[in-house]
Design a protein around this ligand. Structure first.
Ligand SMILES: [Zn+2]
Length: 441
């Protein structure tokens, strides 16, 4: 009886998420409409992105932002009430739904133009507040790179020269992406219970602007997904961002999450498992975990990652293999850069810095090329909390995994569990989450 009450609330939630896509076109990362779906026409685009990866038609119509805002507030209040007296075996699901409904209220408030601080917004959307960053880390990493990187000139000049030296030549982009996608697919299948059928067809082509890739979904069923992934040949690919993008977007990253959520939806028939909405705590987890899982594939061993980069990526791309030894330090820089972008976004959002000041900050530490800082940071407010939900959550998930199960094989099991489960961000932040398979509830 009570399961059907929660299912009704969950269906209201899903309908609002789908309706909202009309005003929030980049929100819906994944949607399972039914146990399977097949593309049946040739009407699709390889020049513009669509999210979800097919037209959901009438499902996105019917309500204004104001209507949705009122409905979402009512839903959040009803679920908060329900949760107070929910039986023990429903507590976790009730909390998940109540929190996701209140995250939806915050997203709708932002879409309606309500002002809130950056930290209030990320707290409301993801239940995450990135602590104030120690700015001396920016100085330190640039100094360390200045002494470790080859060549002459200032640390900034050396950083720019090194970035160029690990750029992927266009003619090797297709073979190297195919190899990386396949290797990380194989490693993911080795350590997780996956269908093994999610390796996408990979192509490279010219895509507009700074777009990294464009997907065409050809179908999914209850245990696998058929994707075509087109990578932008004009994007500035380098050894660091290539693995980061390919493995994050495919396996062990988002494809694992999409597969596990689809299976969870089919196993439970809980409507909330049918959607992956970007502006939620559950999706923030998946963003961070998709990055943590890349390291897990290489057994959380920095040397193994360096060996992989040298023997596969440097090799296929014809890059100077001696430079691979500098990659561990370069990855540290990459992580610090994520926090640099988070700080620039937060200070711009809160009005502490102007656009020019934020752009100059990014260029000072070479997080952006000279002259491109403003262009990058001016788009940041359109994707509120992106760096919080990618960089800060990555460290949150990593700390949690390392604390509760230091062995990478156990971490994969925990990751799989979280992908299929309803959980609260609080359980991850305070390390209290333990996987309780929904099938056993
Ligand atoms: Zn992602």
């Amino acid at each position: 009886m009570s399961e059907s009450v929660l299912n009704n609330y969950a269906q209201v939630y899903v309908d609002l998420i789908l309706n909202k896509t009309r005003f929030d076109p980049w929100d819906l990362n994944w949607f399972t409409e039914a146990p399977f779906w097949r593309r049946t026409s040739m009407k699709f685009s390889r020049t513009y992105k669509q999210i979800p990866d097919y037209e959901i038609g009438d499902l996105k119509h019917g309500k204004s932002l104001d209507d949705m805002y009122e409905d979402a507030k009512q839903l959040a209040a009803d679920l908060a009430n329900y949760q107070k007296t929910a039986p023990a075996n429903e507590q976790r699901r009730a909390v998940y739904l109540a929190e996701h409904a209140s995250q939806l209220v915050v997203r709708l408030a932002l879409l309606k133009g309500e002002k809130m601080s950056y930290d209030e917004a990320t707290k409301g959307l993801y239940d995450l507040v990135a602590p104030a960053y120690d700015y001396s880390a920016f100085e330190d990493i640039v100094k360390d790179l200045g002494s470790a990187l080859p060549g002459t000139g200032s640390p900034a000049e050396k950083i720019r020269a090194f970035r160029k030296s690990i750029a992927i030549p266009k003619e090797t982009l297709l073979p190297v992406i195919k190899q990386v996608a396949k290797d990380f697919h194989d490693m993911s299948c080795r350590y997780m219970d996956l269908s093994g059928q999610n390796l996408p067809r990979i192509r490279v082509r010219e895509l507009p602007g700074a777009m990294q890739f464009l997907s065409v979904l050809f179908g999914y069923d209850y245990d696998h997904i058929d994707y075509e992934r087109n990578f932008n040949i004009n994007y500035p690919w380098s050894v660091d961002n290539l693995v980061e993008c390919v493995a994050h977007e495919c396996e062990p990253g988002h494809f694992v999450y999409f597969e596990k959520r689809t299976q969870a939806y089919i196993d439970t028939c809980w409507p909330e498992m049918s959607v992956v909405s970007q502006h939620t705590a559950s999706n923030a987890f998946s963003e961070g975990a998709a990055r943590v899982a890349i390291d897990m594939c290489l057994e959380n061993d920095r040397q193994k990652m360096t060996d992989y980069e040298r023997e596969v990526i440097f090799d296929i791309c014809g890059l100077d293999k001696a430079k691979a030894e500098l990659m561990p330090l370069w990855h540290r820089y990459y992580d610090v850069m994520g926090y640099g972008k988070l700080e620039a976004t937060r200070k711009l959002w809160d009005g502490v810095w102007t656009l020019e000041e934020a752009g100059a900050f990014l260029e000072k530490y070479c997080f952006n090329d000279l002259g491109s800082g403003v262009d990058t940071i001016k788009k940041a407010p359109d994707d509120i909390g992106h760096f919080c939900a990618h960089n800060y959550i990555k460290d949150v998930v990593k700390d949690f995994f390392n604390d509760v199960c230091p062995d990478f094989r156990d971490q994969f099991k925990l990751y799989e569990g979280l992908c299929s489960d309803d959980f609260s961000m609080k359980d991850i932040l305070d390390h209290s989450y333990r996987f309780e398979p929904y099938l056993l509830k």
